[in-house]
Design a protein around this ligand. Structure first.
Ligand code: G6P
Length: 372
């Protein structure tokens, strides 16, 4: 009903708008008076977490894109090797797991069969499993050693939005917590990342307030057949997520590529007026990556692409090459996906509407896939 949708036309629009609160709620109660983490819910003893020598993250769909970003945070902050794997591939390749492996299973619904099968396999091999889940008491957390709940609230639209942002927040917390118990990340460092994470809700709000040009752009592309997405580092999973949203909602051919792979194939797809969305990393911090992406934008534009550039506020280097410029607030590099994904959700939702598609219930898709 209209009331359930909180005045929005679709649950997806409501859920996109709820993201600042969902992000803030997922941090709530998990930071102590000293600005450090207290994840008492994670009932895996610190002594076990200190011995972990490998992390493996399994998930499907949008949750898998959260996993790819989590890997970068975990390795950067803890120096523990971390792999990600699509849950549907995981157990069929006889993965190497033992008592010192921490498996993180990310699932909004907690009922995805492939993810459940992956975690069962991991536990049979003696690994410890931590679920990151949005649904209290669902199967995946019940069968895991521990759970860190995301506090997104119920997500009704089939295409995941607010659950994704809270999965990222929860994974950042797990990464910091691992650093905290193992002593690879301490005191002031943790406090400063926590502070930056706490500022993100307001940054997401800022993004949401500036989405009208993105909606207009989406409407203008309604009769296109293909949209490509490019990104690097954390921007690569964001590009994949932007493409997934467009497939799910707009039924368009959409593909995400690592920008560095452009010359190894994707550049052959570039033709006049092809819309290409580029997620640009912050020019501060990893400036090498930033400069490389700027030359990628030049390269595709020289071949006729219509460039849609998502770049941090104040990044002037992209201006000459952006046919459409979508600004996002400056954030630390690893946290950028929390703001960079939002315009892509809005873009896909508006394109779906413009193409006359059912936003909340896309054809052929289910909110949770409970068969293998
Ligand atoms: C389905 C949904 C996606 C979701 C995926 C994983 O494909 O349509 O939105 O990302 O399942 O679901 P989960 O509940 O495990 O996060």
């Amino acid at each position: 009903s209209a009331a359930e949708k909180g005045g929005y036309d679709y649950f997806m629009l409501k859920e996109i708008a709820e993201q600042p609160k969902a992000v803030a709620d997922t941090l709530l109660g998990r930071i102590d008076a000293n600005g450090l983490l207290t994840l008492d819910e994670v009932r895996i003893p610190d002594s076990v977490l200190r011995e972990v020598d490998k992390v493996v993250i399994v998930a499907c769909g949008t949750a898998y894109h959260a996993a790819m970003i989590a890997k970068l945070a975990i390795e950067h902050w803890t120096r523990i090797p971390c792999e990600t794997e699509l849950a549907s591939e995981f157990r069929y390749r006889d993965p190497i797991l033992d008592q010192r492996t921490l498996v993180i299973a990310i699932s909004q619904s907690g009922e995805t069969m492939d993810t459940l099968m992956a975690l069962r396999h991991a536990r049979e091999q003696g690994a410890k499993v931590l679920a990151v889940c949005n649904t209290n008491g669902s199967t995946i957390p019940r069968e895991s050693d521990a759970v860190l709940y995301t506090h997104a609230g119920p997500e009704v639209a089939v295409a995941s939005t607010k659950a994704f942002l809270t999965q990222l927040v929860a994974c950042y917390l797990v990464a910091l917590y691992l650093g905290q118990v193992r002593g690879t990340k301490w005191g002031d460092e943790i406090r400063s990342v926590i502070r930056e994470l706490s500022d993100i809700a307001a940054a997401v709000d800022t993004v949401l307030e500036t989405m009208e040009p993105v909606r207009e752009l989406a409407r203008s592309l309604a009769d296109k057949n293909t949209v490509l997405f490019l990104g690097r580092h954390v921007g690569y999973p964001v590009a994949l997520e932007g493409a997934l949203k467009l497939k799910e909602l707009a039924y368009m051919h959409a593909e995400g590529f690592a920008a560095g792979e452009l010359k190894h194939g994707p550049i052959a797809l570039i033709e006049k007026d092809l819309p290409v969305v580029v997620v640009v990393p912050s020019p501060r911090g990893r400036s090498v990556l930033h400069d490389k992406i700027v030359s990628n934008i030049q390269e595709i534009r020289a071949r006729g692409a219509r460039t849609i550039v998502i770049a941090e506020e104040g990044d002037e280097a992209v201006v000459p090459y952006a046919d459409h410029l979508i600004r996002i607030p400056a954030t630390p590099t690893l946290l950028q996906p929390l703001v960079a994904t939002v315009p892509l959700q809005v873009f896909a939702c508006e394109l779906a509407t413009a193409r006359g598609n059912e936003v909340d219930q896309p054809r052929n898709l289910a909110k949770s896939v409970t068969v293998e």
